[in-house]
Design a binder for this molecule. Structure first.
Ligand code: GLY
Length: 567
């Protein structure tokens, strides 16, 4: 009994959550009766939870969580970026919202190349020209118009309170802000307030006054508080100061788009994910469809055999991504063909259990490590059974590092997600071609993969993660972990992940893997690289007709401040 209560207290500490009548802590995650928010910051999860408790639905909570993340997680939470939402309502209706950034009207295919058509280092990554037209505020506005049940003002207000009254930095928050001080100086004409000589410290209170004022304009005027008037003027002035090209018309014309989700099945489960301009849904469905041919359970979790097969699948899928995928409003991506069963059967027919596929035909990747894993994800469920999965991003940490003067928020550097030159890898080592070339108004291809899964026609899982190209492979492995390896949600999130993406031609292993596994993979012909951390998964599993139907797994084993809050 005592052992149990010690275990119980340890779990409570680990998850940073207290128990009450409606929740109970277990080693396997946070169980809740009525609703849950799992996000990358405790303050944002708490704002989302308070919204649910006030009677808001998952969509209301998503809007409140999103705006709060824009304050407490400035490296990735945003109003200066974009993202995707997957939803499933309590009645089983599913859909997606695309609020991905768009290329400004003044963009040109070769805008990041010099006269000899070579890539100008960092031009698509840092500074004003790297920013796409932000979509997050239009996204939240569209969600509220379609699904909101509480007044919009009430959903934005908590973020204003956090920005104006301030909040305490965690050690992780402080370290990240300190790490990017040089960039803040370099890419801002006037020093942003987030720069200072003395390092930021854990426990220190920070206020975002200008951001608070911007949020007030959004609270009072909805999308017009961002895309028109004072905020739009400040963005355009910032562009003029730093040679950027986002215009007033670009801002006014920005549109979030409701799109049909991509659906498929995996071992009897229905997978609902994001269509282009995300590559995530197609790649995930291709991976899962290909996986059905292999007996992962028998191979053993993270055994050399399972890693080898997953890698072979990932390589083929990322090769398709590079060649065929882009914004379908501009490019006719062959998604039906890519998801066709016989196409996939053919594609994987040459996978050998005892040998890595020779890659003579694959030219050498020029990037030998993945540098940035920013972006953020949150998963939400409410007492009616509405589920929302949102992944949103500035692309790199603090986006292009430019903070809009007087408006207090960072702009994205999403333009780097276009194929800025055919065959040239972006910051994630991803290559592309015509399908993802820059065009005015086009949305850059993304890897964000917010996903919802149904089992027996009922909600089963809500998940997503940051991590650039590793988003797709992390979501894939988390699903396989639960469905094939019968892991709990928390185990599936916590366990080490791997990643491969065609180019560079290697497997990335998260943290230490047993030497024996590494040797076996080398014997099969794989090159191995390791990395400290893959993603930051935020997931919820649903057990209908049980006392605690929601089981949330915030990714607390990896760096960050992830938290599941439920009631
Ligand atoms: N910026 C990362 C992604 O959208 O995939």
């Amino acid at each position: 009994m005592r052992k149990l209560s010690i275990l119980f207290s340890i779990a409570a500490i680990l998850y940073g959550c207290s128990s009450n009548n409606n929740t109970k802590e277990e080693r396997v995650g946070l169980a809740a009766k009525n609703g849950m928010v799992v996000s990358a910051h405790p303050l944002a999860s708490e704002v989302g939870l308070a919204t649910l408790k006030k009677g808001g639905n998952s969509f209301d909570a998503a809007i409140a969580t999103m705006y709060s993340l824009a304050v407490v997680l400035p490296k990735a939470g945003n109003i200066g970026g974009g993202g995707f939402m997957i939803y499933r309502t309590a009645s089983g209706e599913t859909g997606t919202l695309d609020f991905r950034e768009m290329a400004p009207s003044g963009s040109k295919r070769d805008m990041y190349l010099d006269e000899s058509k070579e890539v100008i280092e960092n031009k698509s990554l840092s500074g004003h020209l790297a920013a796409g037209v932000p979509g997050s505020v239009a996204g939240m506005d569209a969600i509220h118009k379609k699904f909101g049940s509480l007044p919009f003002k009430d959903l934005v207000q908590p973020s204003i309170d956090l920005a104006i009254n301030g909040f305490e930095l965690t050690k992780y928050d402080a370290d990240i802000i300190n790490r990017f001080q040089e960039d803040f100086i370099k890419h801002n004409i006037d020093t942003p307030f987030l720069f200072r000589e003395k390092e930021f410290e854990a426990g220190e209170k920070i206020k975002f006054k200008d951001l608070g004022e911007t949020l007030k304009r959004i609270r009072d005027n909805g999308r017009d508080g961002f895309y028109k008037g004072v905020t739009a003027d400040l963005i355009v002035k910032e562009m003029e100061r730093g040679g950027g090209i986002i215009s007033k018309n670009d801002l006014e014309n920005y549109k979030a788009v409701w799109r049909e989700p991509l659906t498929g099945s995996y071992r009897g489960h229905k997978i609902i994910s994001m269509p282009p301009p995300s590559s995530g849904g197609i790649a995930l469905l291709q991976l899962l469809k290909g996986s059905e041919k292999f007996d992962f359970k028998n191979y053993g979790h993270n055994s050399a055999n399972s890693i080898h097969i997953m890698t072979e699948l990932m390589r083929r899928v990322f090769a398709d991504r590079a060649t065929h995928l882009g914004d379908m409003d501009y490019y006719d991506a062959p998604i039906n063909e890519l998801l066709d069963s016989s196409y996939i059967a053919n594609r994987i027919a040459d996978i050998k259990l005892d040998k890595a596929t020779p890659s003579e035909e694959i030219k050498e990747g020029k990037v030998d490590k993945i540098e940035s894993f920013e972006t953020t994800h949150f998963s939400i469920v409410d007492k009616e059974g509405n589920a929302v999965a949102i992944t949103t991003t500035l692309n790199s940490f603090f986006g292009c590092k430019v903070m809009v003067k007087g408006a207090g928020f960072f702009l994205n550097n999403e333009m780097d997600d276009f194929s800025i030159k055919p065959g040239e890898p972006n910051q994630f080592g991803l290559v592309g071609g015509e399908a993802n070339a820059i065009e005015p108004g086009k949305r850059m291809l993304s890897s964000m993969t917010p996903t919802i899964i149904e089992k027996d026609n009922q909600l089963y899982m809500v998940l997503g993660t940051p991590g650039g190209s590793t988003i797709i492979t992390n979501v894939y492995q988390t699903i396989v972990n639960v469905i094939d390896y019968k892991m709990s949600m928390t185990q599936a999130v916590d366990t080490q992940k791997i990643h491969a993406q065609w180019l560079p031609d290697e497997i990335i292993l998260e943290r230490e893997f047993p030497e024996k596994t590494i040797q076996e993979l080398r014997t099969l012909g794989h090159k191995i690289n390791t990395i400290e951390q893959i993603g930051r998964m935020q997931a919820i599993l649903h057990f209908p007709n049980t006392e605690y139907p929601y089981l949330g797994a915030a990714d607390i084993t990896r760096t960050g401040n992830s938290k599941a809050s439920g009631y």
